[in-house]
Design a protein around this ligand. Sequence first.
Ligand code: DGL
Length: 263
Amino acid sequence: MIGVFDSGLGGLSVLAAIARALPQADLLYLADSAHLPYGPKSDDFIRARVLAIGQHLATLGCDTIVVACNTATVAAVHALREQLPSTQVIGVEPGIKPAAATSNTHRIAVLATESTARSDGLARLIREHAGAVSVHIEACPGWATQVETLHLDEAGFAAQVNAKISALLDAGADRLVLGCTHYTFLAPLLTPLLAGRAELIDVADAVARQVVRLTDGRAHGSGRLSLLATANPQRLQAALSALNLSWLLPRLDGEARLAIIPA
Ligand code: DGL
C-alpha cells in the first residue's frame, strides 16, 4: 500500500497524480489537519510530525510513503528515511530544475511556504540546478490556509495573489514554481493572471512517475483509497468534490476516519 500525507488538502494534488498513474494501487491518504499549516511552524515541530505520521503509516502497512508536502520534505525526509530503512520514502521538492532548464528569460520564481522559503533544502536545489538563472523566492504566508477554506476566489485573497504575481511577471520571471502542494489548487486563479507571460511548474506528475519507477510494478491491489485525518475527517472527504477530485470517490473503501497520532 502506498501512503501519501500532507498537513492538509495540498497533498491531494499528488495523490490524484499517483491514482491516475497507478489505478490498481491501494492508496492511503493522511491529512494532519489538527496541525496545519506547517509553513509557519519550527523545523523541530514539523520533523516530529513527519516521524510520527511516517511510523503510523508504516504500522498500517504502507511499504511506500510519499511525503506530499514540500515543507515536510525539506524539514524531515532524510530523518524519515533513517527511521524507516525498509520503507520506500519519496519526497516532494519544488521544480527548480525544470523551471531553470526551460526559462527563456533566465528568471524564475518559487512560491513557497515561509518554512520552505528559508530552508537550506531550497537553497541547495537552487545551487545545484539553477546556477545560470536568477531565482526569486517568494514566501506566501496564508495561501495554504486559504486553500483549506475551499474559498479560492475570495476577493481579498485574489487581490493579494494578483499583486504578488504581477510583481513577479514585471520582474521578468517566466516560470513560477509551485513550491507547495496546496498551490496546485490555485492554478485556476493563477493561470489567467499569467496572460501567457509565464508558466506554472508543478511536480505532481513527476512525483507520480517516480512512484511508478520505485514501486517497479509492485503497486498492484484493488485500487482502493482510504482517507484519514487527524481532525475533521468529513471535511477531507468533502474536499474531494470541492477540488474537482470526485472521480476518486468510487475508490473510497469507506468513510474518512480520524487518525490519532501523538507527536
Ligand atoms: N502543502 C504543504 C507544502 O507543500 C504545506 C502547507 C502548510 O501546511 O503550510 O509545503
